[in-house]
Write a protein that binds this ligand. Structure first.
Ligand code: HEC
Ligand code: HEC
Ligand code: HEC
Length: 131
């Protein structure tokens, strides 16, 4: 089949393009990587920092599906720690400034996750409804 090679090439190009922000982050060229504000009191994230760096969006997506579709509430990490699967209480409970943590890295990588349209970011608490 003459177009098989094209299909495989297409997949490789797609995967390379999909992974682009990570290469960019790891290579660390171009504009300087911003300083991220890490939690003052906590030392550990839900999973390892390497895992979180590469997979936090997939973890969040899995959490949302588990909560909304399957009525589950608690996530047990690979280390055996338990976390409530909640973007606001758990993630933002530790990373208290989305501005100085999430957004700094997202701006650098040109990503704009559409979460805060509905979920309350810390800077907005008191101004509107809770999620
Ligand atoms: C118990 C506190 C705590 C919770 C809850 C938590 N984090 Fe973290 N997170 C940390 C700490 C501390 C680090 C830095 C760990 C290190 O440097 O070893 C971190 C690191 C990260 C990183 C990597 C940052 C980098 O330097 O590349 C990402 C991304 C991240 N967290 C996202 C999230 C998301 C998304 C959630 C919710 C699913 C979450 N965190 C929940 C404490 C937490
Ligand atoms: C160390 C850098 C870094 C930090 C810190 C970080 N992110 Fe991300 N995030 C990324 C990158 C890069 C992407 C894009 C990944 C891609 O395009 O596949 C992303 C994508 C996402 C996505 C998916 C967006 C989409 O449109 O698919 C969500 C949701 C997300 N991040 C939430 C968070 C939250 C919430 C925090 C803070 C608690 C956070 N991120 C902190 C680097 C980071
Ligand atoms: C259109 C509005 C809307 C948007 C946009 C949205 N969510 Fe949600 N999300 C909801 C609603 C509604 C629930 C259900 C809340 C409940 O059951 O308590 C929910 C639940 C969740 C949950 C589980 C429980 C909780 O409250 O944290 C996670 C995790 C989650 N969303 C993550 C995300 C992430 C990450 C994004 C950005 C990529 C996002 N959501 C964007 C409306 C939204």
């Amino acid at each position: 089949m003459f177009n098989k090679g094209w299909v495989i090439g297409g997949i490789i190009v797609f995967v390379a393009a999909a992974a682009f922000p990570f290469y960019w982050y790891q290579i660390g060229q171009g504009k300087p990587f911003p300083k991220l504000e890490l939690p003052a009191k906590e030392k550990r994230c839900v999973e390892s920092v390497e895992f979180m760096r590469a997979n936090h969006m997939r973890l969040l997506d899995a959490w949302r599906i588990a909560v909304v579709r399957d009525d589950l509430l608690i996530y047990t990490s690979t280390k055996g720690d338990k976390f409530e699967m909640n973007l606001h209480k758990t993630c933002i409970g530790c990373h208290t400034s989305t501005e100085r943590f999430c957004n700094r890295c997202h701006d650098y990588n040109d990503v704009v996750p559409p979460c805060w349209d509905c979920h309350v970011a810390p800077s907005e608490i008191g101004k509107g409804e809770q999620s």
